[in-house]
Design a protein around this ligand. Structure first.
Ligand code: ADE
Ligand code: ZN
Length: 347
């Protein structure tokens, strides 16, 4: 086969690959078209004249320059129906990409500052996820993230406000995470609230080593006790940490197009995803904030495969990692793994 044909056939293989998405901020899946529609529905004035103007503004210099726009965009989300529409739109994209299980992040504090009650956020997201489970067999979980630029006291208040909803959303709300501006907000700032979440039986994850140093990854593991690291690409700067991550098989939820858009790397060909994988780390591929970074999960797989010459086996390996690293019940994991194995044998 000519190299173009080979590449196209690898892309098709990726599209059909059963996979899990473990690093997806639901607010980051707000496409400009929906942003405009919701702004109109809710009488919110956006500082843009058109959808094209919004897209043109998506030119980021670092994480903070993105977060400023991302928090502003989230202001159009107000009613339960808005959160439902947002989540439903993501679910459609995920199903088209053959995502079989998703664990999505949501940021209650982004909405509570605007007076949106937590139940509204939970209810809208959960309705779309439960529908997708019943209608499409897509399994899912919700991970409540604390904003790390705020205080630990505010994180405790958010946890306290959410706990009365736990029973009603027990099928979905499985974990807590940590996101927002990383540098200057180290994991240990949230040690006590994570200890409490652990006592309560939640799964724990945290963004670390996206822009922050390897010590933040170390501390996410040691001070917070997280089970997965979101991003983690700067682990490569610390050989001992690399050994530890490889040995413990701590999953990294890597987001290549995000890293490119936020200039963690200048060119995807420089991305260390393949090196991390080839060093024995449990690497997964995810989309982070796909509406802002130019692609959903399959775009991340395809761009990485092209830039880094990933083999079919490596792509399958990362799809398998995503299922193994998920918080899905064991029977669900086994079903997804079987589906993956059947797919690989058939292709
Ligand atoms: N919130 C949404 N996307 C994020 C990212 N990539 N890093 C930190 N916080 C975020
Ligand atoms: Zn993220």
């Amino acid at each position: 086969m000519a190299s173009n044909e080979l590449r196209n056939s690898l892309h098709d293989f990726i599209r059909g690959l059963p996979k899990a998405e473990l690093h997806l901020h639901i607010e980051g899946s707000l496409e400009p078209e929906l942003m405009f529609a919701l702004a109109q529905r809710n009488g919110v004035t956006l500082p843009y004249a058109s959808v094209d103007e919004v897209r043109a503004a998506y030119n980021f210099s670092d994480l903070q320059s993105f977060l400023d726009l991302y928090y502003a965009g989230a202001a159009v989300l107000q009613s339960e129906q808005d959160f439902y529409d947002l989540t439903r739109a993501y679910v459609q994209r995920a199903l088209a990409d053959n995502v079989r299980h998703v664990e999505l992040f949501f940021d209650p504090q982004t909405h509570s500052v605007r007076g949106i009650v937590l139940r509204t956020v939970f209810a809208g997201i959960a309705r779309a996820l439960r529908e997708a489970r019943a209608e499409n067999g897509l399994s899912s979980a919700m991970i409540l993230c604390f904003l790390r630029h705020l205080t630990e006291e505010e994180a405790f208040a958010t946890l306290a406000a959410a706990l009365p909803l736990r029973e009603e959303y027990a099928d979905l709300w499985l974990g807590v995470g940590l996101d927002s501006g990383e540098v200057g907000n180290p994991p240990e700032k949230f040690a006590r609230v994570f200890a409490r979440a652990r006592e309560l039986g939640f799964h724990l994850v945290a963004h670390a080593g996206e822009e922050g140093p390897p010590a933040y990854i170390q501390n996410a593991l040691d001070a917070l006790g997280v089970e997965r690291i979101d991003h983690g690409v700067r682990a490569e700067e610390d050989t001992m940490l690399m050994q530890r991550l490889a040995q413990s098989r701590t999953p990294l939820t890597v987001c290549p197009l995000s890293n490119l858009k936020l200039r963690v790397v200048q060119d995807l060909r420089e991305h260390n995803l393949a090196r991390l994988l080839r060093s024995g780390l449990c690497v997964t591929i995810n989309s982070d904030d796909p509406a802002y970074f130019g692609g959903y999960i399959n775009s991340n797989f395809i761009a990485s495969a092209d830039a880094l010459q990933l083999t079919r086996e490596e792509l399958v390996h990362m799809a398998r990692n995503s299922i193994v690293a998920s918080f899905a019940p064991e029977v669900r994991k086994q079903a997804c793994l079987q589906e993956l194995q059947d797919y690989v044998l058939a292709h």
